[in-house]
Design a protein around this ligand. Structure first.
Ligand SMILES: C[S@@+](CC[C@H](N)C(=O)[O-])C[C@H]1O[C@@H](n2cnc3c(N)ncnc32)[C@H](O)[C@@H]1O
Length: 486
């Protein structure tokens, strides 16, 4: 039974300006409860009810982010979320405007038609307006659509003469209530770019009891529904154009639920291919104190990344299978590392899912972190005369995968840990083939293996400034960590 007077008190305190932490302590409730009370009573999930509603038309002075430059690598990290134009973090779970800004500039042209079918508070629409793209924003929640309209309703006094946009925008920016699973109002092959940010299953709920809101669906049903969104995306997008989505993983108990890879797979099934697989780092993760201690004590890593995928609508599937010639890259990296690997028990342990190392020592640091966290006295490396029955088996993904997948059990203790080091690779036509997605899909059928973590290894100094083509420089690798349950 809902406690209406408690919800009312929370709302009143919110309006008075108390923080979530203060309210949490006062009524002994968690953030999810506070969010639920606000969403239920105001019809929208916002952190600051005072500032949001009924703002008058704004005149914006700051219409470009300071020192902006386009991202060049596959790992994106924005220290501040961005507060130019009307952008702010009030709508829970909204994305940093740096993301749509990069995507719009890289994958569309002025006067193109851009679609965001999970538009929320309108971040993508605001960027479309600033960058002279026509825009359709759709959201299931009429209150989000109202807020998006307010956020995009501004005039600018452009201080910077390089910015072409002045007081009146020449493009049309439309927000409407609708359902991303059914885009009937939009014609086939009519959209130049899709740039959208779905809910991550039910991590944040955006409405109260709205059956069409995908943030009210558990993982299995969420994936069935997102398949319909992927189908509609393929239908409305023009050939050879791009569809981008940001999606993250979830954690259940101490295991990870790879919602990101599973969602990507739904888009691939509809016929999309991957142009870029970008890692978006999250900065709200604690790497010290309470969380650090718990991460070691309970042996789990804090989720610190999301996947930003740029799909291409290609007429035929050009990225065929994992037996591409390029898979050898992983193997040669191991060959080189053999010479360099030095066991070091004093290494500082990583506590989040993003490990950032320099190129020269990423192998050493990765192996030492794995050994310290999971080795428990015995480990071996499958590519190098592995020992029978280790607590930890490390495998550098290579061309021997089909043999490995049949016999790796022999090298692991019961409840042992299997860590696979792998990467996305650039293939023909400037596309990306993702070995990690392939591997996760392959082992997903095996009930003896339970996925524990997906870690991203960011290679700090891998950027190649001479890379003049339009591809991003792939500067990350993955570690997929399984536990054997036999
Ligand atoms: C992660 S938020 C998007 C936030 C947005 N990028 C922003 O910056 O404000 C996801 C949005 O999807 C909306 N949504 C959920 N189910 C939907 C559906 N079936 N069709 C359209 N929108 C939906 C939610 O109301 C929520 O606003």
């Amino acid at each position: 039974m809902a406690d209406f007077s408690l919800e009312k008190d929370i709302l009143e305190d919110k309006i008075k300006g108390l923080s979530d932490r203060e309210i949490g302590n006062k009524y002994n409730v968690n953030l999810k409860f506070i969010e639920k009370s606000i969403t239920k009573n105001l019809g929208i999930n916002i952190s600051n009810p005072v500032n949001t509603l009924s703002n008058p038309l704004k005149i914006i002075k700051k219409i470009v982010p300071k020192d902006f430059s386009l991202e060049q690598n596959t790992v994106w990290s924005f220290k501040s979320r961005g507060s130019w134009a009307t952008h702010n973090g009030n709508y829970r779970g909204n994305w940093s405007p740096y993301i749509p800004r990069n995507i719009l500039l890289k994958y569309s042209n002025e006067d193109d038609l851009v679609l965001d079918y999970f538009c929320g508070s309108g971040t993508t629409g605001v960027e479309a307006k600033l960058l002279n793209r026509n825009f359709i924003g759709i959201d299931i929640n009429e209150n989000a659509v109202k807020l998006a309209n307010e956020n995009a309703d501004f005039l600018t006094k452009a201080a910077d003469e390089n910015v072409k946009f002045l007081e009146h925008s020449r493009v049309s920016i439309d927000f409407m209530v609708g359902d991303a699973r059914n885009l009937d109002l939009i014609n086939d092959n009519s959209i130049d770019l899709i740039c959208s940010h779905p809910p991550y299953s039910n991590i944040i709920n955006y409405t109260h009891n709205n059956k069409s809101d995908l943030s009210n669906y558990e993982v299995g049903d969420f994936l069935k529904e997102i398949e319909k969104v992927a189908k509609e995306s393929y239908r409305v997008l023009k050939d050879n154009k791009y569809c981008s989505i940001l999606i993250g993983d979830m954690r259940k108990n101490k295991n990870v639920i790879p919602l990101g890879f599973w969602t990507i797979d739904k888009y691939l099934k509809e016929g999309f291919v991957i142009k870029e697989l970008i890692i978006k780092r999250q900065h709200n993760c604690k790497t010290t104190g309470f969380w650090y201690t718990n991460s070691i004590k309970f042996n789990f890593l804090l989720l610190a990344h999301e996947y930003l995928v740029i799909f291409k609508k290609s007429d035929k599937k050009k990225v065929k299978n994992h037996k591409s010639n390029n898979t050898e890259v992983s193997f040669s990296q191991y060959e080189k590392s053999k010479i360099k690997f030095i066991e070091n028990n004093n290494i500082q342990q990583e506590s989040t899912t993003v490990w950032i190392f320099e190129k020269k020592d990423w192998v050493n640091n990765t192996l030492n972190n794995l050994i310290k966290r999971y080795g428990n006295g015995s480990y071996s490396i499958y590519n190098d005369n592995p020992k029978k029955s280790s607590n930890l088996l490390i495998y550098f993904y290579d061309n021997n995968f089909s043999n490995f997948s049949k016999d790796f059990y022999n090298y692991l203790e019961k409840e042992g840990i299997l860590a696979i080091i792998c990467e996305d690779i650039r293939v023909d036509d400037n596309l990306v083939y993702s070995n990690p997605i392939y591997i996760e899909k392959y082992f997903n059928k095996d009930d003896k293996l339970k996925i524990k973590e997906i870690v991203v290894i960011q290679i700090k100094d891998a950027y190649n400034p001479n890379n003049k083509n339009s591809n991003l420089n792939i500067n990350h690798k993955y570690l997929i960590i399984y536990k054997l349950n036999v």
